[in-house]
Write a protein that binds this ligand. Sequence first.
Ligand code: 3PG
Length: 306
Amino acid sequence: MTKVLVATEKPFAPVAIKGIREIFDNAGFELKLLEKYTDPSELIKAVADVDAMIIRSDKADREVIEAGKNLKIVVRAGAGYDNIDLTAATEHNVVAMNTPGQNSNAVAELAMGMMVFLARNQFNGSSGTELKGKKIGIHAFGHVGQLVGQIAKGFGMEVFAFDPFIADEKIADFGAKPVLSVESLYTECQYVSLHIPANEQTKKSINFELLSKMPAGATLVNTARKEVIDEEGLLRMFTERKDFKYISDIVPDCKEEIVKNYEGRYFFTPKKMGAQTSEANINAGLAAARQIVNFIEKGDTTFRVN
Ligand code: 3PG
């Protein structure tokens, strides 16, 4: 019998687990759950006897892949797959997939919600600012970026976008203005919302040189990955630009220094929660379960990333 492990340090909503269970029951697969684990050794132990695995931001590193002696497929229920060692997976004939677009709306709503929250001084009763009329730059116009653009337009923001992999016409079709270079996006926009993946090209790419191009009232919104930020440059921005604010769904390593020195100019969620809604859990969790069934039963490799 095919055994599937759902390993989530940050669990799915119960309603999503119910749906995942139904999909595997119907396929005649066995479901094994590992939720809220606190030590990677628990994952290494749990993966030992399964054929397939669903994870979120859980690390599927070489040790995990190699511990999965029967492992044939790992599906990241979500967008970013920087937590999977793709080289190790390929070496061991393990198919890696993601579920693009399934949790995007939740992330986009959080990005916008955090912008309002900080623009209104964290709802402390003092006089804040509005999003209407401000320029927002969407850095990478994938599923989340497109939705942020759409919601931002509803707020009356002027939407710009930069994405070297998406044609200008497509960006324009979504009602955003394409810009020629990443530098012009930062030069133009008071708000920049990050939607780039973390990889060798993007790590530490959001640096002082880029950020310092932003006009007065600069706010950087990060619902992507902490690794894309050059934190030295981020701290320099906080020091040299008194107008600069930073909103992030991923706590930076330099959090203490920011908290100590720059009150009112930052907001960090306590734990990455962009995709933490019932809807996103259902969409991504069920998509991952279906992808596993389709792969095991029919060899379907749609959304394979390695
Ligand atoms: C993603 O890449 O899909 C998001 O960062 C969500 O991650 P999570 O499933 O760990 O919340």
